[in-house]
Design a protein around this ligand. Structure first.
Ligand code: ASP
Length: 456
């Protein structure tokens, strides 16, 4: 059994949705399809999810919103018209949006999620209606009925473990399942969404729930490339990554999959196949377990290079820090108390640098953290550096290979990229460089050229 997920570009209009249906119907093992909200039809278009956010904001700020609502309805209406589905389905979408607004919860974050979820929900309904209209035994399934339960972290939910047990029942469905991505329900019955791009997570959770053989994630590229094609010209296509490699690269700004996608399938050892809706015969890129299978032995030391901006460093110094038992925990606890997650913690004998994403640590939180570090922990010096980018090179082939870090450092030095920090995890699957944000692209190009040009 295969679970197949289609992103926004695959759902953008009727022509794309037709391709989606052809792909699903060409393989009888494709039993569950997970769909995103319609994405952009061209460069200047707006994703339905963004339109819904705009609509919800207008409702919240008590502006006139009917035009915005009708613009969303029109996205679905044009699909329905092209498929000759009749006005009924258009009314369903319009009524659905009005009823969400009528039910508006007091809490704005809850309302936002309720509105955002309408994008995928109506996508799944419309694709089921189209498939039925051409005689396919297809069925829309609501995440509530399937038991997809999420934490009540609105806009940033996580899957609750009991979901997997609930979702097992989908295996017994004989109809082709059309399932909306991106949202589920809290245990209180409220709609909750993952963070943006989260339909990938829905697909992964369903694949794990039904023990799928493979999770196919259809997007708009033939392969995953070794570096961002917007930064590196014609980067090499990579036929396979391990979960760990892909996780590290997604973290560092590879936008192929949502960063949290792999956990559910990783736990079950289910392969992921990233493929192209516009070129379905291309085999795509596989994400596989690192189980020693010779078919997936690393071809070169580095499989991918990526950079992400928007980090900052909180440097903390205290004389004789290395002798103070528990100081590391206490420093990190000051962040925990403010609900700030940290990314890396390179350290020296009397100092520790805590790297956080700037968006997670606004000024008020930072001020309280700094006060505690001085007043409660007696630190000597606390200072913050902004404009940090994380440059990551990833590959299992680096493990126990001498000279990779040297080659990288030389390549970056030759490109005049200053290294503010270097961090290698003990698994040796990645090396992270902290560099200035302005050097991020230059760093990616330098590492890519070093490890991919003039090599096999
Ligand atoms: N439609 C949502 C977004 O744009 C979720 C997704 O497409 O995965 O973020």
């Amino acid at each position: 059994m295969k679970v197949v997920k289609f992103g926004g570009s695959s759902m953008a209009n009727a022509a794309q949705i037709k391709k989606v249906c052809d792909i699903v119907l060409s393989d009888s093992e494709r039993r569950i399809m997970v769909v995103s909200a319609p994405g952009k039809r061209d460069e200047n278009d707006t994703k339905v999810t963004d339109m819904l956010i705009d609509l919800a904001s207008a409702v919240i700020s008590k502006e006139e919103y009917n035009e915005k609502l009708e613009a969303v309805v029109e996205r679905y209406a044009s699909i329905a018209r092209d498929f000759n589905l009749g006005e009924e389905i258009v009314d369903t979408v319009r009524n659905d949006l009005h009823s969400r607004i009528d039910k508006r919860p007091e809490d704005d974050a809850k309302f936002m999620d309720l509105m955002k979820a309408a994008g995928e929900d109506n996508s799944a309904k419309i694709i089921a209606a189209y498939l039925q209209s051409i005689g396919v035994d297809a069925k829309y399934i609501n995440p509530r009925d399937a038991g997809l339960l999420l934490s009540d972290e609105f806009g940033n939910a996580r899957v609750l473990p009991e979901s997997y047990e609930n979702l097992k029942a989908l295996k017994n469905e004989t109809s082709l399942i059309c399932f909306p991505g991106f949202f589920g329900y809290s245990t209180n019955g409220e709609v909750v969404t993952f963070s943006r791009g989260g339909s990938d997570i829905t697909g992964s959770v369903l694949a794990a729930g039904v023990d799928a053989e493979v999770y196919e994630n259809f997007t708009d590229v033939d392969f995953v490339f070794a570096a961002n094609p917007k930064v590196v010209k014609n980067p090499k296509a990579i036929p396979f990554f391990t979960y760990e490699e892909m996780r590290e690269l997604s973290y560092a700004g590879f936008n192929v999959l949502h960063e949290e996608t792999l956990e559910p399938v990783y736990r079950k050892g289910i392969k992921v196949n990233i493929r192209n809706t516009n070129n379905p015969t291309a085999p795509g890129t596989f994400i596989v377990p690192d189980d020693g299978n010779p078919e997936y032995a690393p071809i070169r030391p580095v499989v991918g290079v990526a950079a992400d901006k928007g980090f900052m460093t909180i440097h903390v110094e205290k004389y004789m820090m290395n002798r103070e038992i528990g100081i590391g925990r206490k420093i990190l606890q000051t962040l925990e108390e403010e609900g700030v997650s940290y990314e890396h913690t390179p350290s020296g004998i009397d100092s520790i640098s805590v790297i956080v994403k700037k968006e997670n640590c606004p000024d008020d939180k930072l001020a309280r953290i700094t006060d505690k570090l001085y007043d409660e922990l007696g630190c000597d010096k606390v200072f913050v550096e902004n404009d940090l980018a994380i440059l990551m090179m990833v590959g299992r082939g680096m493990t126990k290979k001498v000279g990779v870090a040297k080659d990288a450092a030389v390549a970056l030095a030759d490109a005049n990229v200053n290294l503010r920090m270097i961090n290698q995890g003990s698994s040796e699957v990645s090396i992270m460089f902290g560099i200035n944000e302005k050097d991020a692209e230059k760093g990616v190009v330098a590492l890519y050229n070093k490890f991919f040009l003039n090599r096999e």
